[in-house]
Write a protein that binds this ligand. Structure first.
Ligand SMILES: Cc1cc2nc3c(=O)[nH]c(=O)nc-3n(C[C@H](O)[C@H](O)[C@H](O)COP(=O)(O)O)c2cc1C
Length: 176
């Protein structure tokens, strides 16, 4: 099924598989100043409206120390892109190299960035969501479940931000 801005709410997404199994890229900023990173966590859903009148959103969860977090805190748009299986190696690179150390890390991959309005996507993506940041929140240590606090955030490991993005454009396709 071809997906676009008008029909994306009626498509059937395998959300858990999309994030957890396939992984995606969260890309923040503008064509002149962007950074991207691999994500395995994410949600899709609806908020802030009456039935059928809410905002359609994607949430991503980015650790405070990520270069992408820094860029997204300064910018209004981000994209969430998914790729064919043959690009997994590239997602591995973008999920292990940081823009803090390697500002042009995209050049280590076979991916081709492209402007999507004032946001950035990739030629090779099979599915792209353009999102307007409508809420950003730094998780509170004391509100995180104790078992998670003692593992994921132990030894000063930085906390995550929640970034909520209203879906403003969609390109690509998913299997029917
Ligand atoms: C499969 C995979 C999934 C990941 N998921 C997340 C995630 O959801 N949130 C996060 O903060 N980091 C995640 N990471 C780690 C970042 O992608 C990684 O630290 C990256 O180098 C950050 O890049 P940046 O500093 O240029 O933003 C993941 C890494 C991999 C390999």
């Amino acid at each position: 099924m071809q997906i676009n801005k008008d029909n994306f709410t009626s498509a059937k997404y395998d959300v858990f598989s999309l994030f957890n199994d396939h992984w995606g890229l969260a890309t923040a900023g503008t064509p002149d100043d962007y950074n991207t990173m691999t994500i395995g966590w994410g949600t899709m859903g609806t908020i802030w409206g009456p039935p059928k009148g809410g905002k359609q959103i994607i949430e991503v969860f980015l650790r405070e120390n990520r270069c992408t977090t820094d860029v997204l805190l300064r910018n209004d748009y981000f994209t969430v892109c998914f790729f064919p299986e043959e690009k997994r190696k590239d997602l591995g690179i973008l999920g292990s190299k940081s823009g803090w150390d390697v500002p042009n890390k995209i050049e280590l991959t076979s991916l081709t960035p492209k402007p999507l309005g004032n946001a950035v996507g990739f030629e090779e993506a099979t599915l792209t969501f353009v999102c307007k940041k409508i809420y950003a929140h730094k998780m509170l240590h004391e509100e995180v479940p104790e078992d998670v606090r003692n593992t994921m955030y132990a030894n000063g490991n930085p906390i995550h931000y929640v970034f909520m993005g209203e879906i403003v454009d969609v390109f690509g396709s998913i299997d029917d």
